[in-house]
Each structure stands twice: as C-alpha cells, then as structure tokens.
Design a protein around this ligand. Structure first.
Ligand code: NAD
Ligand code: WQD
Length: 342
C-alpha cells in the first residue's frame, strides 16, 4: 500500500518513513529539501534495506503538485509533514510562513480531491493550546489565540481540514505533537537543525560536543518546581509509530469522525533543569549553562493528557526521558564523527 510522506527527509518524516517501511508500506517522499538533505534517503535505506522514492519539488507549486498526484493516483493516503517550523522566524517572515504552510496544504487537498485519495494525517502541534487553563491538556481544551504566525498556521490548517472534510470524501487525523526529541537507535537519522538550534535538546547536545559555548536557560523564576518551564518531551520514534497507527486506523475504516484529533505526548512533564540533569547523567558530561532572562512567547508549563490517544489509538509513548536524551546524544556524536571523516 502506497503512502505519500511529504517532508519525509525531515526530522519526524524520516523516522516515520522507517516505521512505515518496517510495517510493509510502500513510501513515496516529496520534499523540497529546504530543511533537509537528499542523503537521508540513503540513511533510511541503511536502516530498512529499502530506498524510498524521493521526488524533489515545492508543494507550494500547484502545477507540480497536481502533476505528481496525477502520476501517483494509486496513493492510498498522505502524511503531511512538510512545513516551515521555526517559531521565531515566523514572527519575522509571517507571509513566507503562511504561504508555505497553508498553500502547500491546500494544493495537496485539491489534488487529493481530484484523484480520489481519501486519507490525510496532518502534523499539528501542542502550540494550538497556548498556556492551557487546565493540566494535563486534553484534546477538548480550547484553542488559544496563537502566539506566532507559525502557531497560527497550525490552527488555520486544522480549520481548513475541518471545512474540507464537510464537502469531500477526504478524512483527516490531526496529530498534535508535544515536544519531539531524540533520534533513531541506529544513530543514522536524527534532528539536524540548520544553524543555531532553537530547541532545547539539540542545543544541549551541540554544547556538549563543543559547537556552542554554553546553553542559555531561558528563565529561572517561573512558578514551577525549580523555576524553569515544563514540557512534555516525546521520543521521535514513539511519535513516528503513532503515524503508522493513524494510517492503519484510516485504511481499516476505524475512524469515528471525518476529522479526528489526537494528542501525542507522554503525559509527563519535565523542567529544563530536569532535562539537563538527565543529559548529564546519561552522558557523564558536565553541561555548561547559565540561567538568563525568559524567552518571549514561552508558556510556563504544558503536558499532555494522552488518555484519548492511548485508548482510542491503542498507542502509548514508551521511551522515558533518559532514553530520549541518550539517543539524541548518540546521534550528535555519530553525526559529528561522520562529518569529520568526510
Ligand atoms: P523538518 O523541517 O525537519 O521537516 C519538514 C520537511 O518539510 C523538511 O525536510 C523540509 O525540507 C520540507 N518542506 C518544507 N516546506 C516544503 C514545501 N513547501 N514543499 C516540500 N517540502 C517542504 O521538521 P519536523 O520537525 O520534522 O516537523 C515536521 C512537521 O511536524 C512540521 O509540520 C512541523 O510544523 C510539525 N511539528 C514539529 C514539531 C517539532 O518540534 N519538531 C512539533 C510540532 C509539530
Ligand atoms: C523547550 C524549553 C525553552 C532552548 C517549540 C515550539 C512548539 C513545538 C515544539 C512545533 C523552553 C527552553 C530552549 C534554549 C532554553 N514546535 N530552552 N534554552 O518552545 O516548548 O516548543 O517546539 O510545533 O510550537 O514552540 O520547545 O525546545 O524550544 O523549548 O532554556 O536554548 O527549553 O525556554 O522552556 P518549545 P523548545
């Protein structure tokens, strides 16, 4: 069964392609390589023994997207990862973010309609909840006004999907990810941020390996156990596996509505200092860090109520925080060693 994975050479996409192939799905990737590289296809092949097909083009291009779907009308479902994802950058370049994230989605949906392709899994985000009034946050929590154009693209995308399913055969599962971290156990694929990382864990591993001078911990005066913000970190392979479950749910006709939403988190929150401690424990390294001012737009604390996902999807995140940071550290070391050998 053929599945289109947009953004399949990216961080979460590449891990999902591996899990799909491991479970017997045929995968076609579309990616414009704006935030990833073609080499990932070879890395996936090393893990699974199967080289996924990669077509390189921009999904914002309506004609190219339509042409791709016409040639691949036997696709059974789409997992749509392709998007720009840097929160800070989206504040500076809002139009680029709205264009990339929304036009690509609309192009895909139009082509799906034209070719009677019925299923799409969409990458949404816990960012849609903002700072929730109640914790843990369930799928029923109200959507808060977005803090950034990036967050707004996720909210609007969910609305576009909700409206589309009313007037077409298309069914959608929107997966709201909490904080994906870590890497595949093979250390052949992982997170590869361009330039200075925005996210905590790649900044930690790059500091430990000597690329960054020190980690800045944004804020030590939050009303939390140790003054630093709390997040629900989830291993990227656990996340990837949830996508395969979602695809199966669609093709096996188990959906209860045309538009379903699931939280993908562990249900457990960790503070920034707890993540640093976990890293120091598993690596035996002392991390250089200092507490600085708060980062604008950061919520104090958020973690998922994964009950609905656990019960309805029969999926549960399995890996704990130490395993998550250990896999990120293993990946960072393997990647830098490889770069030196090049
Ligand atoms: P990523 O940047 O590693 O992967 C996205 C991929 O999409 C990249 O390979 C990029 O080249 C490609 N792409 C972007 N725009 C494209 C376009 N117009 N046409 C074709 N390809 C395009 O990001 P990721 O971390 O793997 O995130 C995947 C999805 O999950 C995104 O939609 C992101 O918003 C969402 N998400 C990510 C996180 C996170 O923390 N990583 C959290 C919540 C949601
Ligand atoms: C985690 C914690 C930071 C870097 C982002 C997006 C969200 C979603 C996931 C896409 C926070 C602190 C970080 C650093 C630090 N993405 N931190 N020093 O902000 O929870 O979520 O990624 O949908 O939309 O906003 O993740 O990893 O950036 O931060 O102290 O150098 O680490 O302040 O408390 P965040 P993050």
């Amino acid at each position: 069964m053929k599945i289109l994975v947009t953004g399949g050479t990216g961080y979460i996409g590449s891990h999902t392609v591996v899990e799909l192939q491991n479970q017997g799905f045929e995968v076609v990737i579309v990616d414009n390589l704006s935030n990833s590289s073609e080499e990932i296809v070879g890395q996936i092949e090393k893990i699974t023994g199967i080289r996924p097909i990669l077509e390189v083009f921009d999904l914002v291009n309506r004609e190219k997207t339509a042409d791709f779907f016409k040639r691949n009308s036997d696709i059974k479902g789409v997992i749509h990862f392709a998007a720009s994802k840097a929160v800070g950058e989206s504040v500076v370049k809002p139009l680029e973010y709205y264009r990339n994230n929304l036009v690509s989605l609309m192009n895909i949906l139009e082509s799906m309609k034209e070719n009677q392709i019925p299923y799409i899994v969409f990458s949404s985000s816990c960012t849609v909840y903002g700072q929730p009034d109640e914790l843990p946050v369930s799928e029923k929590a109200p959507i808060k006004k977005a803090e950034s154009p990036y967050g707004n693209t996720k909210q609007i995308s969910e609305e576009i999907l909700q409206d589309t399913i009313k007037t077409s055969e298309i069914k959608t599962i929107a997966l709201r990810y909490f904080n994906p971290i870590g890497a595949h156990e093979s250390a052949l694929i992982g997170e590869l941020p361009l330039g200075v990382p925005n996210n905590l864990v790649p900044f930690i591993t790059q500091t430990a390996i000597g690329i960054r001078k020190e980690l800045k911990v944004f804020g030590g005066d939050y009303p939390t156990i140790d003054g630093t913000p709390i997040r629900d970190y989830i291993h990227v392979v656990d996340l990837a596996k949830a996508h395969v479950v979602a695809v199966r749910r669609m093709i096996e006709d188990k959906m209860k509505n045309g538009f379903e939403v699931f939280n993908l988190g562990t249900g457990k929150g960790y503070s920034v200092l707890e993540v640093i401690n976990a890293f120091e424990k598993i690596s035996g390294e002392k991390l250089r860090y200092k507490i600085v001012d708060r980062r604008e737009g950061d919520v104090i604390e958020v973690w998922a109520d994964p009950t609905f996902s656990n019960e309805e999807l029969g999926w549960k995140a399995e890996k704990g925080i130490e395993e998550m940071v250990a896999s990120a550290w293993k990946w960072e070391q393997a990647y830098r060693k490889n770069e030196l050998l090049k």
